[in-house]
Every structure is written in C-alpha cells, then in structure tokens.
Design a protein around this ligand. Sequence first.
Ligand SMILES: NC(=O)c1ccc[n+]([C@@H]2O[C@H](COP(=O)([O-])OP(=O)(O)OC[C@H]3O[C@@H](n4cnc5c(N)ncnc54)[C@H](O)[C@@H]3O)[C@@H](O)[C@H]2O)c1
Ligand SMILES: O=C(O)[C@H](O)COP(=O)(O)O
Length: 622
Amino acid sequence: MAATTSTASSNLLTTKKNLSSLSLTSTNKLPTFPPFYTSSRRQRFIVLSASLNSKPTVLVAEKLGEAGINLLKDFANVDCSYNLSPDELCTKISLCDALIVRSGTKVSREVFESSGGRLKVVGRAGVGIDNVDLSAATEHGCLVVNAPTANTIAAAEHGIALLAAMARNVAQADASLKAGTLVLTIGFDIPSRSTYFNCFLINAGKWQRNKYVGVSLVGKTLAVMGFGKVGSEVARRAKGLGMHVIAHDPYAPADRARAIGVELVSFDEAMATADFISLHMPLTPATAKILNDETFAKMKKGVRIVNVARGGVIDEDALVRALDAGIVAQAALDVFTVEPPPQDSKLVQHERVTVTPHLGASTVEAQEGVAIEIAEAVVGALKGELASTAVNAPMVPAEVLTELKPYVVLAEKLGRLAVQLVSGGSGVKDVKVTYASSRAPDDLDTRVLRAMITKGLIEPISSVFVNLVNADFSAKQRGLRLSEERIHLDGSPESPLDSIQVQIANVESKFASAISETGEIKVEGRVKDGIPHLTKVGSFEVDVSLEGSIILCRQVDQPGMIGKVGSVLGEQNVNVSFMSVGRIAPRKQAVMAIGVDEQPSKETLKMIGDIPAIEEFVFLKL
Ligand SMILES: NC(=O)c1ccc[n+]([C@@H]2O[C@H](COP(=O)([O-])OP(=O)(O)OC[C@H]3O[C@@H](n4cnc5c(N)ncnc54)[C@H](O)[C@@H]3O)[C@@H](O)[C@H]2O)c1
Ligand SMILES: O=C(O)[C@H](O)COP(=O)(O)O
C-alpha cells in the first residue's frame, strides 16, 4: 500500500481501492476554492499580538492626552508624529503595529496596503470612524477600535452651547462689539526732521442691542436627529432648559426615549414640527446629505439648525440656499464636509451662521478620557484581548468568551479536519454548521465559532491567515457559503453547546467513510471535561480527543486490529494518545480514530496501509 503526500498540509493518505494510481512522492492536490485574494500576512485569530521578542510600535498621528501616551509607553514604542502628509503616513505605517488617530487623519485603503500586513489595530481616539476605510481594514484583518464614550458629554455640552449661542446671537454680537476700524497715520515733522505715527480708532465696536435680539428656547420644539449617546444627552439637557423635545432615530428603543420624556417621531414629523433641529447621527451612506433642498422645503419657516455630528449629513450648498430663502433662520455648525472648510466658504461666512472648528470633543476632561480609553483598547488588542470597542469585529463579552473557549478550539479543529478530508480539486463551496444546544437561540452567540470554523476551513489550504476580523470577508472572497443551523435540545442549558457538526456538500472525499448517508463530508465534535473531542466521522461514531494529529482508518472489524496498528506506531516511535473504534455492526466495517503526538513518517503510514484488513486511511494534521 502506498500513500500520497500533501505538501500544503502534510496530509498523508492512502486508499486501497486506487492503490495503483498513488505513489509516495506524488503530490495530492488539496481542495481548491474559486480564485481568491492571497496575502502573506501572518495573523493569529483574536491574538493580534506583535512579535514576542520586541515591543510593538504605536504611531500616534494626532495629539493625544498625556495619560494615554503614558499608558501606551508602558507597553510599546510610541512614535508621536503629527501632521503627516498622506505619503508620509503610508511610508511610516509599514513600521507600525498600531495607529492612533482623531478625525483629522484619513486612514485610507492605501494606508492598509502600505502597511505590508504589520498594522494590526487602528485606534480612533473618538467616536466617528468615517475617516477610517473600514472595508479595507477588515479585508486586511486589521482591527479598528474607537473610544465611543469619553467625549459624549463634551459633544452634548457643545451642542447645547451652540444652541444657546445661536439663539442669542452670542458670536455675532461679540464680534460686532469688538469690531472697530483702526487708522494708522504716518507723518513727517519738518522742523524736527522726524517721523511720527498716529493711531485712531474710528468706527468703534457697535453696541447693537436691537440688532441682536434673539429667540427664547423655553417652550420651543427641539428635534434631536439621532437618539444615541450624544443625542440623548442633548435631549436631557434641552428638557432642563424647558424645551419640548422630540427625536427621530429609526433604531432607538422607544422606552429609552420615554424614560427621559422624549417622543420618537418620524423623519417627516420632525422636519415639519421642529423650531430647532440638532443633528446627532453618524455619517453613513444613508445619512449623507440627509438635510437637502427637499428636506429643507419640509421644515417650518425660521427653523434653526445645530450640527455637532458630521458636516456630510448636510448638503451645505442647500443650507446656504435655505438660509438665503429664509427657511432656515440660523445655523450653528461645529463640523463641515471638508475640514477645515475653504476660507471663502459661503456657509462659514454667512452672517446667520455660527461656526466652531470641530471642537465638540475638545475639553480637557474629554481628551484625557478619550486618550485613556483608546490607549487601553489598543494595548488590549495588541495583547490579543478581544476589544470591547471593536468596530469591525464582533464584540463578545469576556465572560461569554471564557465559556466558549473550548468550543472555539473545537470549532477550528472541526473545520481543519473537514477540509482535509476533501479530495483535491473538489472545490469547497457549501458548508453547513449545526450547533446542538439546550440554550435559547439568543443565549448562544455563534459568531466567534463561525469565524473559527472558517479559519479551520481556509488556513490549511491557503496562505491567508484568518482572524475574527476578516473571517466572513475571507469566506466571501473564496465563494465559501457557510450556513448555520441550531438544533434545540431539551435538557439543562448549563453548558452552551452539546455538539458542533460541520458538513461539506458537493465534494468528494479522500476518505470515503467520511461521507454521510446524505452524501456530505461530515465531522462532529463535543467538548468533554473541557477538551474538544471528535465524536463522529461520516456515519461512524468515534471518540478521540482533538490534540496532536489523527489517523483515521477504515478496516474490517476483526480482533487484533487495534494491536496491529498500535504496534506499527509503537515500533516507529509514534506516541498514541488515544484510540477509538466505531463500527456499523460487529464483524463489518469499522472506523478507527487514532490520536498521535508526532507526525508519522511516510514509511510508517505505508506500513499501516499494508495491514491487510485496512481498507483506507488518512492522516489529518490538527
Ligand atoms: N463634533 C464632535 O466633536 C463630536 C463628538 C462626538 C461625537 N460626534 C459625532 O456625533 C455623532 C453621534 O455620536 P454618538 O456617540 O451619539 O453615536 P451613537 O452611535 O451613540 O448615536 C448615533 C445614533 O444615530 C442613530 N442613527 C443612525 N442612522 C440614523 C438615521 N438615518 N436617522 C436618525 N438616526 C440615525 C443611531 O441609531 C444611533 O442611535 C457621530 O457622528 C459622531 O461622530 C461629534
Ligand atoms: O467623532 C468624534 O469623536 C468627534 O468628532 C471628535 O473628533 P476629534 O477626536 O477629531 O475631536
């Protein structure tokens, strides 16, 4: 009996039936996926940690609070380089494991491409991640984390400051009172033959009490657009000012709004009834230019608008038109489509517009908080912890992850086993995963398990390293469809899962016995005493712990088979960790699963294949 060697995963297998077509040196092609993106990046699942023998390097590209810098320095080399041009950033990034930015730095696709795979985490020291190309980050397996809470109050307070300042013309009146014309004259005194200067203040600052009569806030209707963290804090404060507050947010729970006395309304109702509109939604394709000519036309004449969210949610040209047409009486803006806006921007220069240079998060307290929040998230991610503020990966609470830990290992190993059972050239496209559990569906988060099965399926046959960030993307790139099903079991929901089953449809197998009655490659596993076990291959029940590697043999069920295989392995100094035999019926066919600590040599495997009752066998690396 001869065996073939698989170069990519060092699989060895032999099939008695087509013995003549196999040779020890031939390369057994592994299953192929449709054309896919390859990468030389070496990233481990969840563990995004940098090389063990050197400190990681963190590039801080915008000013960050001292406390955050100090936290970073305890763990990493910190390079604070501000005001880098896009080219300079792309050059530097290949030397960095992490990058920290605020809203002023574009983290474009080029940045990820230039990193050569070294960049593992981007920390956004603030909320909005619209300056980070999230798709590119995900495709490159780079985690993006933000600091979503530390500047909420600062932004809400700035919103209220702008609301009140606008209503009472504070900025305009201040500028007017300070404004004056200074005239400087230079003369020459002939008798003394000396030059002299005179300075006159003509047209002194104006005391314009009638011009700057404002409007009151009390009793007015404020529409908060986006009832998230900042929006709800603005609402709370506006209620304190005696305003009638309504909110529009398609995703906000009504009871949270009700709890602070705010009514959730439709977009059109908010537009039609508000005296003041305050914007607090993120900039997304759905919210871009959400205030435009059409929506301004729906507003009450004389409406006043505050924007501390993102400039792009307003069509700025349309706002100028609405101001000029008197639909919008005033606007107060902290954010702009392009920052800084052009100097001749009609909007910025408009007399009835109050502007600040994106100061929402700029308080001493918020910046210290943001710096600490982002430094902790970045250090945690570099250490391999799951970030609770991950933007492009599932956020799994630490306690859930601890509970799922052995199942995470089981999931990856089942994926690895299943894909190694596929015959070369078969093309893996349809994978079905079945979770059997006594837990209610919403009490079992399978996202991490799915990512690990995907990792197990892809890594043995490609150079791509799959992690929690890029698992779904990597599967999609390869045309791999992974469907999930849950079987609800009666019983105690104490452990999260009873078993995980991985089936690959429409493929042939190197090990015919792995094909189930329904025609798919099927492997099933369970966690026993915290250790993942393989419990089913095709229709055969086995029980072998998933440690080391596995030899699967199909043989005629007869006495002495375990001894024969065991002694071959023993003679060749291969330590057997576990053996289990599953059979359909006595003296018929049986599948033997043998756990081995070392990889047997080709000769050893050939000797196993030469045992007369062995019909087929496969060596699988875990
Ligand atoms: N100016 C600043 O310095 C500053 C500071 C902090 C936050 N921000 C910005 O403020 C915005 C809100 O921040 P946050 O922390 O409250 O975010 P958040 O995610 O807590 O809240 C955003 C809310 O907007 C809602 N939303 C999404 N799409 C919507 C739509 N089409 N219509 C209405 N609502 C929609 C979401 O459901 C969510 O409740 C973000 O754009 C953020 O970048 C600016
Ligand atoms: O999204 C945010 O957190 C704010 O816009 C603050 O941005 P900044 O960090 O650039 O001040």
